[in-house]
Each structure stands twice: as C-alpha cells, then as structure tokens.
Design a protein around this ligand. Structure first.
Ligand code: UDP
Ligand code: MG
Length: 300
C-alpha cells in the first residue's frame, strides 16, 4: 500500500517527513560527523602507525567518551521529539524559493470572517473568470476524511474548536492542489482563488516564501451579527461540525485575534481589496467584480 502521506505530500516532502528524518537536518548532521570522522582517520588500523612511539590502544578512552556523548545526545533529541505535540513534529517545507512564479501563476487570497460569503463569491468568480477555487477548509476536511490520513484526528479536533490547523499541513495541501491543477492544464497559466487562507501570519509568510507570492487579498467585510445569523442558518443543512453556536463563537474569536492581523499586514502593503459583504449575494458580487476590474483590468 502507498505510504499514507504520499497523497498529501509531494515527493520532496515525503523524503523530509519519513519518521527517521523528522529529526531536523542539522541534528542528523551532528549525529553523523563525530562517529564517522575519527573512523575515517584510523590510519593505525590499516596502515603503518604514524606515531610509532605511541601505543595505539590509548585512543580508545577518547573513542569511548565520544560514543557515550553521542549516544546521550541522540537519546536527548529523541525524547524531546517524543514529547513535542504532534504538530511540532511536522517538518515545515524548507525552501527559500517559491515553487510557482507570480509571472505564471496568479494567486488571490480570499479572506473574511466565517460566514462572510467567501465561498459563494468564489463560485461566481470561477463561473465567470475561470479561476480555480481552492478552499483551505474544504481541503482540510477532505484530508480529515481520507482513509489512512495521519492527520485526520488532529484536523478534526482543530476544526471543531475553531482553531488553526498547523500550517505545514495546510500549506502542503494547497501546494499539492495547485500542482495537480497546473499539471492538468498542460502549460496553461494558473489563476487561483485561495479561500479562507492565510488565517494566521505564519501561514501567510510560509506560503508566499515557499509556494507563491499572492497578488493581493480579496477581503469580504461583514459584521459579526450578520455572519452569525448566516452560519446558524447554514448549520441547519451544512452538516459541518463547526456550524453550531459554540464552535461559531470560537471561530469568531480566532478570526478577530489571529486572522485580522493578516488582513492588516497585507493592507499595510497596499495589497487588500475590500468589499462590503452585508448586502445580497448578487449585490456583493457586483461590487466584487467592479473592485477586481479596477485592480486587474477589464478581462482579469
Ligand atoms: N482551517 C484551518 N486553516 C486554514 C483554513 C481553515 O485550520 O487555513 C480550519 C479552521 O479550523 C476553520 C475551519 O477549517 O475554522 C473551517 O474553515 P472554512 O474556511 O471552511 O470556514 P469558513 O470561513 O468558510 O466558514
Ligand atoms: Mg468557506
């Protein structure tokens, strides 16, 4: 059977995420060198003794001390890894160059509180402007339900509590979905609406640094009272574990404390297009189109 992570992770990541390599690279290097270096210099074992006057056995206390020290270091690192909560054991993609260039791929982040109407407006934009819609929440729910997923339980708990799933999982799911879409489009330029992401500063920085810099954030601005009304209404039929009064309260708190700083960060760089999202879906879409045309030109 395929490795359970193989669908979630790219080949590159699979190499990084195998249990052995969960140890950070610098640590595994540190583990290799002290043992191998003395072994490589053991001229006394195979060739003539370079210091004929010295008893070669005297080197053994040093080797024993080195091995003891290395052994304790390995044990210490292992015990720390075992103690860390699951998300801290997930290695972040280590890359300094984004996978996709903004010259080939257009990414718009779509943000707004829970129930602000992101999904509805994204569907309109897909229909009229051939964007690919990637909802971070939908990708996480699909991964949660995927048989054999190592992250299913973790995702379930985070979503129910309205918390942000560790970014390594979400960033990798998004990158995989973008890669799949671009492979299918056979050289076509990608246009992506990344919905409900980034919800936390670390996600924003990691995505732009390792996947693709975004053009801007499309932000749907809606008061909490209206969002709550919509979510409770949606909860009657959505079947979502987080469309209930208790989860909604937690999601609002996360939105205000953790996600709004992301909007403010992009706003500070002049990279936010804000749309008031209190009116009817048709009215909000009309305003969305106008704002996007003003920013991207008529046939964006
Ligand atoms: N979520 C997450 N990271 C993300 C996006 C979503 O952890 O980048 C989780 C989070 O727990 C959130 C839930 O998925 O509350 C639902 O997200 P979704 O975007 O589906 O909710 P919406 O804002 O559309 O109501
Ligand atoms: Mg949504």
């Amino acid at each position: 059977m395929a490795h359970p992570l193989s669908r979630l992770l790219s080949r590159r990541m699979c190499q990084q995420w195998t249990p052995f390599q969960k140890t950070p690279g610098s640590v595994s290097r540190a583990l290799r060198s002290p043992i191998q270096k003395p072994a490589g210099r053991r001229a006394y074992a195979t060739g003539p003794n370079p210091n004929p006057g010295q008893n070669p056995l005297k080197i053994w206390p040093f080797i024993a001390i080195t091995l003891l020290g290395t052994g304790s270091y390995i044990l210490m690192v292992r015990s720390r890894t075992d103690m860390a909560p699951p998300h801290e054991q997930i290695a972040a993609p280590k890359k300094s160059t984004p996978t996709f260039s903004p010259a080939d791929v257009t990414v718009l982040f779509v943000l707004g509180g829970p129930g602000a109407g992101k999904g509805t407006q994204c569907a309109n934009l897909v229909r009229d402007y051939h964007f690919t819609h990637l909802s971070a929440g939908d990708l996480l729910r699909a991964e949660q339900d995927r048989e054999g997923s190592e992250f299913g339980t973790l995702i379930k708990e985070y979503i129910r509590d309205g918390k942000i799933v560790p970014m390594e999982v979400t960033v990798q799911l998004l990158e995989n979905a973008m890669t799949e879409t671009l492979e299918k489009s056979q050289g076509g330029k990608g246009k992506f609406l990344i919905d409900g992401f980034p919800r936390q500063m670390d996600q924003a920085l990691k995505f732009e640094e390792s996947v693709c810099p975004a053009r801007f954030v499309l932000f749907f601005d809606c008061p909490e009272q209206e969002m709550q009304r919509r979510l409770l209404d949606r909860g009657k039929t959505s079947g979502r574990s987080d469309d209930n009064a208790e989860s909604i309260k937690k999601r609002f708190k996360t939105f205000v404390e953790t996600s709004m700083p992301v909007v403010d960060y992009f706003d500070g760089q002049g990279r936010v297009v804000k749309v008031v999202a209190t009116k009817t879906p048709e009215q909000v879409y009309q305003e969305t189109k106008e704002r996007l045309e003003a920013k991207l030109g008529k046939n964006f």
